[in-house]
Design a protein around this ligand. Structure first.
Ligand SMILES: C[S@@+](CC[C@H](N)C(=O)[O-])C[C@H]1O[C@@H](n2cnc3c(N)ncnc32)[C@H](O)[C@@H]1O
Length: 203
């Protein structure tokens, strides 16, 4: 079993107690994408964990089927308890178990730093997006804060760092994304990109 999976499995039962999530803050971060989410038919929450983002997504994307994917079966067990009707899939972002062009919107909330091979992860997310689909990477704290938290946590996540703006833009572009943006402020880290609308359905 991967050491990161073990790390998150071990923390799953207490995750919601230990991670104080400001749901209103998360909603604010998603608001600029409310139009796209509102039109989505399939939404993928990568690294869904205990499903922190799921209830917000269900509200913002009422027409969509929301799918949560996570490496950790224990995190998913917590999510399943809270969201029994949502589709939750155990899997690795580096080998996404979905057909090309399956989703209109994919999100990575507080999980991008943990992806060992970010190029491969982004390529997979790109492939499973429909033409015109969006990816949003989001954190409710600055890059410096996130990186410090992981360094302090130590173990398998000690070196799970958010790349600089320049590196993130390059990674997104390399995976094929367009309309790329990165926003770094005191209480947020957002990065987004869109799959070209004219891309052939082969992904
Ligand atoms: C910090 S938690 C965030 C969970 C949730 N999105 C949230 O905002 O509370 C990171 C999550 O990413 C998952 N994760 C880490 N590496 C992954 C991978 N390679 N594929 C899928 N999920 C992964 C972990 O299991 C964990 O549940």
């Amino acid at each position: 079993m991967s050491s990161r999976r073990h790390f998150f499995d071990n923390r799953a039962a207490k995750w919601d107690e230990s991670r104080t999530v400001d749901q209103a803050h998360l909603e604010r971060l998603l608001l600029p994408f409310a139009y796209e989410l509102g039109r989505a038919r399939e939404v993928l929450d990568v690294g869904t964990g205990t499903g922190v983002l799921v209830s917000i997504l269900v509200g913002l994307a009422p027409e969509a089927r929301v799918v949560g994917l996570d490496l950790s079966s224990e995190m998913l067990a917590q999510a399943r308890f809270k969201h029994p009707t949502v589709s939750l899939v155990q899997g690795d972002v580096h080998a996404l178990p979905f057909e090309p062009c399956s989703f209109d919107f994919s999100l990575c909330c507080a999980c991008f730093p943990h992806f060992e091979d970010k190029s491969k992860a982004l390529e997979g997310i790109y492939r499973t997006l429909r033409p015109g689909g969006w990816l949003l990477i989001l954190h409710t704290a600055s890059r410096a804060t996130i990186n410090a938290v992981h360094t302090r946590a130590g173990g398998p996540v000690a070196r799970d760092l958010l790349p600089s703006t320049k590196e993130t833009v390059a990674l997104l572009a390399q995976a094929g994304f367009e309309e790329i943006g990165v926003e770094e402020e005191g209480d947020r880290y957002l990065a987004w990109g869109r799959k070209n609308e004219a891309t052939e359905a082969r992904g």
